[in-house]
Design a binder for this molecule. Sequence first.
Ligand code: ATP
Length: 305
Amino acid sequence: MIEVRGLTKRYGEVLAVDELSFTVRAGEVTGFLGPNGAGKSTTMRMILGLDAPTSGTATVGGLPARAQPAPLRAVGALLDAGAVLPGRSAHHHLLALAAGNGIPRGRVAAVLEEVGLTRVARRAAGTYSLGMKQRLGIAAALLGDPPVLVLDEPLNGLDPEGIVWIRGLMRRMAAEGRAVMVSSHLMSEVELTVDHLVVIGRGRLIADTGMAEFVAAHSRREVAVRSPQAAGLGPLLTAAGARVRPSGADGLTVTGIGAAEIGAVAAANGVELHELTPRQTSLEEAFMELTQHSVEYAAERGETR
Ligand SMILES: Nc1ncnc2c1ncn2[C@@H]1O[C@H](COP(=O)(O)OP(=O)(O)OP(=O)(O)O)[C@@H](O)[C@H]1O
């Protein structure tokens, strides 16, 4: 379990992380979301003990990362998948990590197998594709068989197969009872994978919620309607209990009643329809609405520099 309490980081004028408090629970994948520059990496680095907080605390299993007697056994991390000596093979990279952390050599073969790199384990890591480097980074994170995993943007730059693989791995790790924290700046990357969401903007907590609750609160059903008589149809739908927004010259966006009901109202009034499309608003839109203010702030801040 990761516990973050009142965590704050200031870099000179920039308040990168501002009084953040949240918990990453065992047995769950927690998505850590925020627009670029929101403070995700800084928060993760403090959780991992790579940066010191200005104030507040971050603990893993009850202890700050720097106080862990065996850090790699307490928490596995993927920060920058490119950070491997290019001349060193995956096998030797992992062996060196294991030796430096008192981890049995046998774990090396086990994690290479887990991430599917066994066949190329003797090749220099500099020749690996981004997806293979990402797998090697994950292998290093898993080496100490830690109960907590912290993954910073693990899907960045991966092809669809790599994305599916990492999503499956995160689910598997949570099912084994581990606490998994994964950052992203895209809701669509994590919405199918995470159990819990922590959203930040400008270093501050914006939302801390179960994924199911977030979906229930933010996914709206709406129907796109097009008709040459849109102007006349609007009030008829409103009278039937719908909320109606105009959309272009001959379009309406309708919520509150379904496509069948809209069709019935149109037919009963002799209104010709050219389109009647039910659709679900995306969670990406909800996420963007939620973080809009912090993005605008970031843009303004950039302009005045
Ligand atoms: N070492 C540093 N020195 C000064 N400012 C920093 C440093 N590290 C981060 N910052 C600033 O802190 C803020 C948060 O950055 P951070 O990298 O944590 O955000 P992020 O959410 O991870 O963004 P991204 O999605 O772009 O990686 C930004 O304004 C950034 O410029």
